[in-house]
Design a binder for this molecule. Sequence first.
Ligand SMILES: NC(=O)c1ccc[n+]([C@@H]2O[C@H](COP(=O)([O-])OP(=O)(O)OC[C@H]3O[C@@H](n4cnc5c(N)ncnc54)[C@H](OP(=O)(O)O)[C@@H]3O)[C@@H](O)[C@H]2O)c1
Length: 370
Amino acid sequence: MKTIIINGANGYVASNFINKLLTQKYKVIALVRPSIKFSPTERMKAALAESSDDEYVNSTNLKVYSYSLLHKDFLIPQEQLEDTFSEEVDYFHFAASLKFDFKSKEEIFETNVGGLGNSIQVFSKFAKFNSRFFFIGTAYSCGRFSGRFEEKFYPNDDIDKFRNYYEQSKRFAENVVKKQIDNHGLNGHVIRLSQVVGNNKTGVTKTDYGIFDFTKRIHSLAFRNPNQTVRVHVNPVSTQNLIPIDTVVNYLLRAVEVKHIPVIMNFIAKKQVKNIHIIKSISNLLPINIVPEKKFARHEMTALERIISAGMSFTESYIDTNLQFDTSNLDKILMVDGHEANENTVHKMLEYFIDNLATQKRKRVMVSGL
Ligand SMILES: NC(=O)c1ccc[n+]([C@@H]2O[C@H](COP(=O)([O-])OP(=O)(O)OC[C@H]3O[C@@H](n4cnc5c(N)ncnc54)[C@H](OP(=O)(O)O)[C@@H]3O)[C@@H](O)[C@H]2O)c1
């Protein structure tokens, strides 16, 4: 079986992908940075346990290496890198800063553009002929684009063409890949993900990104101020492009299996979910009545509405989107359509997520003896 090398391996999407690769008997080399308290191996094990919902994971084929994304040769000894890349591999670059705020601009660009550039250098120096480099990008690198976002490279643009520096950095990163393909023959590919949610079949949801971040904020307010009606600045008929984690993982596995694949693929949902359905689910699951309103002035807000609005600084730029994406390249590698999220499966994910928040809260209370 082919060896798959993955950086940012303890992240949400990567660890789910690794679980699947291990069940399919692939050899996986996971690159994980250490944290203050835990070694890379401990971090990887915890991420695999979390993403498998504590099911047994056979990790015989898994090696975990410590690395430093921004340093020459990842600070990995030369012999270890030669050994790591000794056979033809598929290399997946997942590592990224998912911050978006203006204060974090430097960190976002250093990680998402500088880190990618360094990753390509390591790959180009050590990888054998025919090895493939996959950059995990985002469908939101489309920025404030209107129309159908195609599976092709778009030029770099100014920040006013994007919602935040995260989007802009991911566009710049794609063009780092393009330059390496054009000038140095990199066997490179870009996979753009839309908003990754929980498992479409089981509802298990272990991410708190996007709509779940919003839900988490509403959850804590709803229990502190129960049974209130609050307006939120959301266009009810606009949509979210939600792609279930199990679908993403199946698409990624397909990319590994298919020999000749397109340079860019949009891994996105063909059917989007309307904001109103998400808001209704949250309202049904929590002691709060949320009313989405496309426009209402700040001076009309109640104190509670102002708190919610302040916590939506990221989500707010996505409350009025109806993005359209081309999937012709994705369709070329798929044998059947993926399982898409719909209002019922998203409800199930939200239910799991909210139950889990309550369980975590109970555990915290028990630990602290309160
Ligand atoms: N989740 C989504 O909805 C979504 C949507 C579109 C695109 N994507 C893309 O998919 C990829 C994975 O996203 P995710 O949701 O799985 O994110 P995640 O859970 O936050 O994982 C990010 C990974 O990147 C690593 N990382 C961050 N900064 C690093 C640094 N300076 N050096 C080394 N490693 C670093 C993190 O390591 P630490 O744990 O050590 O910080 C973690 O392993 C990203 O490239 C993201 O842009 C995700």
